[in-house]
Design a protein around this ligand. Sequence first.
Ligand code: NAD
Length: 327
Amino acid sequence: MLDSYANVLVTGGAGFIGRHLARALLSLGKGVTVLDNLSTGSQGELPEGATLVRGDIRNPKEMSKAALGAELVFHVAANANGTISVQDPRFDFETNALGTFNVLDAARKADVKRFVYVSSASVYGRPERFPMDEQHPTRPFIPYGASKLTGEFQCLSFQETYGLPGVIARPFCVYGSGENPRMALVEVSRYLRWHLNHRPIQVVGHIDRKTRDFVHVEDVIQGLLLLADRAGDGEVFNIGSGEEVSMRQLTEVIGSVTSREATVREISDITEDTYRLVADISKIAPLGYSPRVSLVDGVGRLSAELGERPELPRGATIFSRGQEGEN
Ligand SMILES: NC(=O)c1ccc[n+]([C@@H]2O[C@H](COP(=O)([O-])OP(=O)(O)OC[C@H]3O[C@@H](n4cnc5c(N)ncnc54)[C@H](O)[C@@H]3O)[C@@H](O)[C@H]2O)c1
């Protein structure tokens, strides 16, 4: 796997997904450099053996220095929080759109052989069909989705114009070990943290109609490594579990793995995102991708890791200015 690349740069490698990725690359025997400004990531949890370059993707000079010698780049760093993008769209744009441009430009100048851009399913916007394949229209409805999509266009243009071979991953709702509770908006970790603190689970939107594709971070890493290794240049791939889970089903799984029924508070007046967001994973499957961690297993593992009374989630799910979200 990844035999043609000895040195790998992971932007955002001190964050939730990036850390798992760095660890997997190290276990494949790769030299791993992590470029991170530690804004949401943490140096303490960086896997042993990875070299940390503290820098900012918004700074072209810092970016160019970090990319020197890299053969493969995984661009993971971003503002990954949609609510922050609604509150501060300029920050989101500068980090995700301009930042991605800087990473691509540095990769081009460093003659990188392969560029993997971690985009997001949020580029699709409101689902028009179910499940969502990669041909689904891209009409993001929050600044985060638009800035991630801008990054995709830049990635494709750098391939066409400068011959920088790129591949684009669109993960769905990622959960697992090591999410920052101050940033995470994916329901699995939020719901579990409330429940483990004996608080009601706050469900934004309709508890039955709102469904998601929750994909364990280990499966996301499996997908990203496969894409780097064997995906066609300029291709776009969903990474999900392919399973539809309603918010009610998630609360039931949480109740069953903790042997204590969950109490729920529904915030059903926020309806912007009430829809079925589920990945069609038939494009990535022939590359060898097969999700291995079931929701019950993944939630069970996370619950055991978080233990009694973990830090409560902070921040709310907000889709338009003036909305309140959870509290
Ligand atoms: N978590 C999900 O459910 C999910 C789903 C789809 C896509 N994604 C994408 O996956 C990627 C990683 O998300 P995550 O959940 O691990 O988030 P995260 O916040 O845990 O990780 C992001 C990392 O990037 C770093 N970073 C942020 N801004 C930076 C900057 N200007 N310069 C250098 N480093 C910077 C942070 O310090 C952090 O270590 C993001 O690109 C996100 O858009 C995440």
